[in-house]
Design a protein around this ligand. Structure first.
Ligand SMILES: CC(=O)SCCNC(=O)CCNC(=O)[C@H](O)C(C)(C)COP(=O)(O)OP(=O)(O)OC[C@H]1O[C@@H](n2cnc3c(N)ncnc32)[C@H](O)[C@@H]1OP(=O)(O)O
Ligand SMILES: O=CC(=O)O
Ligand SMILES: [Mg+2]
Length: 534
């Protein structure tokens, strides 16, 4: 494979990788990295500065310097692009060939093709995911399971619209060096998909669409907008062709929703309420601030907690004021085709979650599994009927203050030994799976991904470092957690039997201790985890 000037690919080049990593594509990636790499690093450093202020006792508020943007009632985002008018059901998931076909065929309006929370950024997952997307658009994708079950796409007009979620700004792609430096994982995922699939999508009457994860400020949204403009110009695609839905899934971003929409207004496809990373962000940003920012154990926190309601209500209000879609989040309950009771509970929980969202004015929502598509559709059908969305529901009565968004201590629930054990158990099982190359997994009938695992390990860090006592009066210490790690690992070993040794539990324990116990808190568990990957 001929290279591109200044670009070195250090990952293995398996079958067909040359179809994605072409000299033209690599040159395009290099141009994005050269233009935006330094700004990305500056913005990541600014996250640290803001976080240090919070650790020192500071707070978050709506920005005074952008009050004009918030108060100006005249501007609106672009009208929805083809394929994004009606988003009442969106399925999310990894981009391996089987999941790609299943997601596109699922009956959902949109498929979020995930290179972030549901994905281990193993080199093979990244490049083969891009091949899946391209092959899906060419309709050359197929798959045969080891049992001989064949998979093929339904006709185009029955397929979900593809929306790609690249990695967040914090992640590198270490297998592609530009002028000797690792390139941004975000730019790698974004750029390869745009380079290969923008024209293919336009030929089908749709476009290159993205979900943007883990953004912490409108300046990060501005960076994405500048990336879009340069990329569209370079590929001779009209500006405004790319559309992006931003996940509001960090607490600082909740104070900048208007500004984020404004920065991306010609490319915007709305906002999504990414509840799991949002909870992680609340814990992370205020992790050293004692009782005022202490949440109950993970499974006790619901979307009706006052600070979560404030966030979702403000999101719908802000989106609809600007003509943008407001998309709901993920209920973690997954159905089972083998256990009727598990299925019943999952359907009931998801139904309740989608009923609340559709009633609040969201225009659609996420599901994690094809069997949940009909439920989400039925609930949104009940509110939307034949209308593609409810962007006209302005929710002008919603008033949310900074204090409402920060009312973390008003969340009902407690911290128990069961909650502590669950965080350890799920954290270990998830990390072992992630290190094995699978970033989305069902554990105890709940969907676990990078965002939910971040909550588990960060709660433990917070409880140890804030002298928290459990409901039974036991203090959470490093020693106690070490003991629970041993005990929970023993249970996992027993339940897996011979399969235990096939999985990466030794590595998972070491990483879990690093990210849950070490005084020096890791900003993302996926960053040290990535360094342990080939
Ligand atoms: C916080 C956030 O960011 S949420 C968004 C990120 N997270 C995700 O996207 C998770 C998506 N969901 C998944 O990955 C999966 O549903 C899991 C891992 C939770 C469970 O998967 P499984 O254990 O395979 O579930 P199950 O065995 O019930 O699957 C039944 C069928 O549905 C398919 N399926 C399940 N989930 C999905 C999905 N999200 N997309 C496409 N197909 C799916 C399976 O491949 C399987 O297909 P098959 O019958 O042809 O073999
Ligand atoms: O990405 C979604 C989330 O909830 O996190
Ligand atoms: Mg997320």
């Amino acid at each position: 494979m001929a290279g591109a000037e200044g670009v070195e690919v250090t990952g293995p080049l398996h079958d067909r990788y040359d179809e994605v990593l072409t000299p033209g594509a690599l040159s395009f990636l290099a141009s994005l990295q050269r233009e935006f790499g330094a700004r990305r690093k500056e913005l990541l450093a600014q996250r640290g500065v803001r976080e240090s202020r919070l650790t020192a006792g500071g707070t978050l508020d709506f920005l005074s310097e952008t009050a004009d943007v918030r108060n100006d009632t005249a501007w609106r985002v672009a009208e929805p692009a083809p394929g994004l008018e009606d988003r009442r059901v969106e399925i999310t998931g990894p981009t391996d060939r089987k999941m790609t076909i299943n997601a596109l065929n699922s009956g959902a309006k949109v498929w979020l093709a995930d290179f972030e929370d549901a994905n281990t950024p193993l080199w093979e997952n990244m490049v083969e995911g891009q091949l899946s997307l391209r092959d899906a658009l060419d309709r050359t994708i197929d798959f045969t399971s080891p049992e001989g079950k064949g998979y093929a796409l339904k006709p185009d007009d029955e397929l979900a619209t593809i929306v790609v979620r690249p990695r967040g700004w914090h992640l590198d792609e270490k297998h592609v060096l530009v002028d000797g430096e690792r390139m941004s994982g975000s730019l790698f995922d974004f750029g390869l998909y745009l380079f290969h699939c923008a024209r293919r999508q336009l030929d089908k009457g749709k476009g290159p669409y993205y979900y943007l994860p883990k953004i912490e400020s409108h300046l990060e949204a501005r960076l994405w907008n500048d990336v879009f403009n340069l990329a569209q110009d370079a590929l001779e695609i009209p500006r405004g062709t790319i559309r992006a839905t931003v996940l509001i899934e960090t607490i600082p971003a909740a104070f900048e929703m208007d500004e984020i929409l404004y920065e991306l207004r010609d490319h915007s496809a709305g906002l999504n309420a990414g509840r799991w990373d949002y909870l992680f962000s609340v814990i992370k940003k205020f992790r050293s601030r004692g009782a005022d920012f202490l949440l109950p154990e993970r499974n006790a926190i619901t979307m009706t907690a006052p600070f979560m309601r404030a966030y979702t209500e403000l999101l719908v209000r802000t989106c609809h004021k600007r003509g943008a879609h407001a998309i709901g989040g993920m209920a973690a309950f997954i159905p089972s085709r083998r256990d009727e009771e598990v299925n019943r509970v999952a359907f009931e929980k998801v139904r309740g979650d989608k009923a609340r969202e559709s009633g609040d004015g969201f225009d659609g929502s996420w599901v994690a599994h094809p069997d949940l598509v009909p439920i989400c559709r039925e609930i949104f059908d009940g509110v939307l009927g034949d209308r593609p969305n409810q962007r006209d529901r302005l929710r002008e009565e919603v008033k949310v203050s900074a204090a409402d968004l920060l009312a973390v201590d008003q969340t009902p629930g407690e911290i128990t030994e069961t909650g502590l054990r669950n965080n350890v158990d799920v954290g270990l099982q998830y990390i072992a799976s992630w290190l094995g190359g699978n970033g989305a997994v069902g554990i105890h009938n709940l969907m676990e991904d990078a965002a939910t695992a971040e909550i588990s390990r960060s709660q433990i860090w917070q409880w140890i470092h804030n002298d928290v006592t459990l409901a039974d009066g036991t203090r959470v210490t490093e020693k106690l957690v070490e003991q629970i790690i041993d005990e929970e690992l023993g249970k996992i070993r027993e339940s897996l039997g011979d399969r235990f040794d096939e999985q990466r539990f030794a590595q998972a324990v070491s990483l879990f201790k690093e990210v849950a116990l070490a005084d020096d808190y890791a900003e993302f568990l996926t960053v040290p985890a990535y360094e342990r990957m080939p």
